[in-house]
Design a protein around this ligand. Structure first.
Ligand code: PLP
Length: 401
């Protein structure tokens, strides 16, 4: 593994579109066009002294794929360049990224302040698992800066949020929350899945750590799970390094290879999906069977001004309330002929879900009410199908509400 595909002296100046295709690639001795897939758990040494040296020094060569693997390293480097982060580690899933980032940072007796509008599994880690280890959790309304300030008073080791949130599209003012978190002595960790690496740059806004489920837009074709943690070199090396090495949340080389190919088309897909999502949001907003549309790119979104400031586009997901009850919602979902019912998102296939009975069914009804997740809410992930076919499908299914 000797030849970088993109020369180091132009890596800093080329556009994201170029980095998505070429960034991080290293050609092997065979001069392949496509990134090589190194399906190997281990590596061999010329002699015993080389093995001794490999264990004594830190990362000058590959030792074992739980620590590092050449295909995984290419994915990590490509994503690092896009995110403009100092360092990146890939994980087996988005949840492995969230768990590792939180657990390698937090100690017993410390406090984490988190937005309450979280992906279901993130909510479980923050509210159920962390307290088991003596970590104090405070949940706040992520939209409310005064609530963040009050909760962070007295110090906190970390703050955690998702923006836009799943599924009700609540935004968090990342620059302000980063400032408040730093004042409290903590690090801000942002789950940037809904915005993708292209629409929002939490690190540039002041966040310290970004986590992804690469399963979503980065693969974006429903093929594999994956995740990533992006942060300063010192965080990735010192805080996460030994935790990662010894607990093994490592990404499979095969999945890393799929994700590398996913990154190549990420910009094309996300641009198209954002355009389609915006068109769907506009269509729904005028529809008599729809009582509320939540899309950060619509001027009617309660935090439209913040969305304009911290995102490049409204995103690929639209949430909306139907003017009906739960049976009406189910009739609508069941009547769709192009859009699939699925809890996944960011896929090339348009997917729709009813959060109250699926991803957020674990929450108590009053918690769902707080988060705006009623029985009439559905969340649509815009895929790559023709916009007019999706709108026609939604229109015919809305007749069933
Ligand atoms: C899907 C998702 C996750 C978890 O990712 P997996 O790859 O499924 O483990 C975390 N956060 C958000 C916002 C997600 O949408």
């Amino acid at each position: 593994m000797t030849k970088p595909v993109l020369a180091a002296d132009i890596t800093d100046t080329v556009s994201p579109a170029t980095l998505l295709v070429r960034g991080g690639s290293v050609r092997s001795a065979y001069d392949e066009t496509c990134e090589a897939l190194f399906i190997t758990s281990g590596f061999v040494y010329d002699d015993a002294a080389a093995a001794e040296a490999a264990f004594a020094n830190d990362g000058s060569r590959y030792v074992y794929s739980r620590y590092r693997n050449p295909t995984v390293a290419m994915f990590e480097e490509r994503l690092r360049l896009i995110e403009e982060a100092e360092a990146c580690r890939a994980t087996a899933s988005g949840m492995a990224a969230v768990f590792a980032a939180l657990l390698c940072r937090l100690r017993s007796g410390q406090k984490i302040v988190s937005s309450r509008a979280l992906f279901g599994s993130c909510h479980y880690i923050v509210t159920e698992l962390l307290p088991r280890w003596g970590i104090k959790t405070v949940l706040v309304d992520g939209r409310d800066l005064d609530a963040w300030e009050t909760a962070l008073a007295g110090g906190a080791a970390a703050a955690f949020c998702e923006s836009p949130s799943n599924p009700a599209m609540e935004l968090v003012d990342l620059a302000e929350v980063a400032r408040l978190t730093h004042r409290a002595g903590g690090l801000l960790i942002v789950d940037n899945v809904f915005a993708t690496p292209l629409l929002q740059k939490p690190l540039a806004l002041g966040a310290d750590i970004v986590v992804y489920s690469a399963t979503k837009h980065i693969d974006g074709q429903g093929r594999c799970l994956g995740g990533a943690i992006l942060a300063s070199e010192s965080f990735i090396k010192q805080d996460l390094g030994q935790f990662y090495r010894h607990t093994g949340p490592s990404l499979s080389p095969f999945n890393a290879w799929l994700l590398l190919k996913g990154l190549e088309t990420l910009e094309l897909r996300v641009e198209r999906q954002c355009r389609t999502a915006a068109a769907i949001a506009e269509f729904l907003e005028g529809h008599p069977k729809v009582s509320r549309v939540l899309y950060p790119g619509l001027p009617s979104h309660p935090q439209y001004e913040l969305a304009q400031r911290q995102m490049n586009a409204g995103g690929t997901l639209v949430a909306f309330d139907l003017a009906g009850d739960k049976p009406g919602c189910f009739r609508f979902l069941d009547a769709l002929r192009v859009v699939d019912i699925s809890n996944n998102l960011g896929d090339s296939k348009s997917l729709i879900t009813h959060p109250a009975t699926t991803t957020h069914s674990r929450l108590k009804p009053e918690q769902r009410a707080e988060l705006g997740i009623g029985d009439q809410l559905v969340r649509l992930s815009a895929g790559l199908e023709a916009e007019r076919d999706l709108i026609a499908d939604l229109a015919q299914a809305l007749d069933q509400v």
